[in-house]
Design a protein around this ligand. Sequence first.
Ligand SMILES: *[C@@H]1O[C@H](CO)[C@@H](O)[C@H](O)[C@H]1NC(C)=O
Ligand SMILES: *[C@@H]1O[C@H](CO)[C@@H](O)[C@H](O)[C@H]1NC(C)=O
Ligand SMILES: *[C@@H]1O[C@H](CO)[C@@H](O)[C@H](O)[C@H]1NC(C)=O
Ligand SMILES: *[C@@H]1O[C@H](CO)[C@@H](O)[C@H](O)[C@H]1NC(C)=O
Ligand SMILES: *[C@@H]1O[C@H](CO)[C@@H](O)[C@H](O)[C@H]1NC(C)=O
Ligand SMILES: *[C@@H]1O[C@H](CO)[C@@H](O)[C@H](O)[C@H]1NC(C)=O
Length: 316
Amino acid sequence: MKFSVVAISGLLSAALAHPEHLSRREIQRRGAISRRCEPSAANFNRRRMAKRWPGGGNTTYEVQTEAPYFDAIQNDTCVLTPILTEGPYVWPRSQTLRQDMSEGQPGVPLWMDIGVIDVNTCEPLPNVLLNFWHCNATGSYSSFTGLSPNTDFIELLDQLGIDVDDFEIGVTDLHTDNTTFLRGMWPTDAEGVMEMKTTFPGFYTGRSIHIHVQAYTEWTLHGNGTVSSGNIRSTGQLFFGETLSTQLMALEPYASHTQINRTTNAVDSIFSGASEGSYNPIMSVVPADGEDITNGVIGFITIGVDPTADGVDNSM
Ligand SMILES: *[C@@H]1O[C@H](CO)[C@@H](O)[C@H](O)[C@H]1NC(C)=O
Ligand SMILES: *[C@@H]1O[C@H](CO)[C@@H](O)[C@H](O)[C@H]1NC(C)=O
Ligand SMILES: *[C@@H]1O[C@H](CO)[C@@H](O)[C@H](O)[C@H]1NC(C)=O
Ligand SMILES: *[C@@H]1O[C@H](CO)[C@@H](O)[C@H](O)[C@H]1NC(C)=O
Ligand SMILES: *[C@@H]1O[C@H](CO)[C@@H](O)[C@H](O)[C@H]1NC(C)=O
Ligand SMILES: *[C@@H]1O[C@H](CO)[C@@H](O)[C@H](O)[C@H]1NC(C)=O
């Protein structure tokens, strides 16, 4: 599949509002699915919070009053979209099966507690492999550490002598090294839940803070530790509320990233493309110690996937 570089660099929001492969109607359809599963997603999130969060999480009301870090309790299922958003830093070769992908990267610890539901039934979906990758506190992606996070992507291509029209996500090889930090994958358990520890991401030019995620419903773990996966059921990005991001970006080492200004969700073209469909890709976040988000955060979100949809074949 060939992607326009405009769509991935987010320079032209018009192109994103009308992506080649996902019509506005399709975005709205996904939004409708998300709303249909909203009560299940809300319950699912709440059950996991109640279990995990030292502060309680027994009811929506308690969580909201006791944890001022929520922008809102996220009831909405995040239905991932199978296109355009995997971005230029997808690198299957560096994805590793593990539950802690931080690799000592400095920053605020983040535990992602993710539920997956089947959007046809709104029920939890076990054994779905979730694959994550994101940049570090100062905007660099592993395997691409030679590329400046402060340089616009089209300019980067230009510097590398690559014609914009020749660039294809997942095909054009831009990797500069074999580092694997902040990349990892792990399956959901029998309850449809998985946890991944990482370091809260920073930002790079032109994009708001986000974590890439792909969901695979068919996958095999080989004896040599490699994974082969079948169809990607969903590709998407998870975001954070601006209040939280502002607080965390004021801390070191995030605060030392002064070469560029941070792009906020409000002006991020991929975020607005997602929220336009009225499903919500923002993680609900609580302080891991029940008190202070700067010591670490737990992020909750429920992702909806459609196991019956046609997936994109992308063996790893
Ligand atoms: C979330 O969903 C629950 C259950 O469906 C509902 O009672 C509650 O009002 C919703 N909260 C918000 C903020 O939408
Ligand atoms: C939930 O909160 C209510 C009211 O505060 C309390 O009566 C109940 O025991 C709590 N349930 C659990 C499972 O903690
Ligand atoms: C992020 O990764 C880059 C490339 O490896 C490195 O130079 C930078 O120091 C890292 N950021 C932090 C905060 O460690
Ligand atoms: C990455 O590792 C592969 C396999 O060991 C090796 O062939 C390749 O040269 C390495 N690439 C870089 C950029 O270091
Ligand atoms: C691991 O095992 C799989 C399945 O047998 C095989 O296809 C793959 O090439 C192996 N990978 C490595 C790096 O040995
Ligand atoms: C960031 O934004 C401020 C306010 O608009 C501006 O003064 C500053 O030059 C910007 N910094 C960078 C690095 O672009």
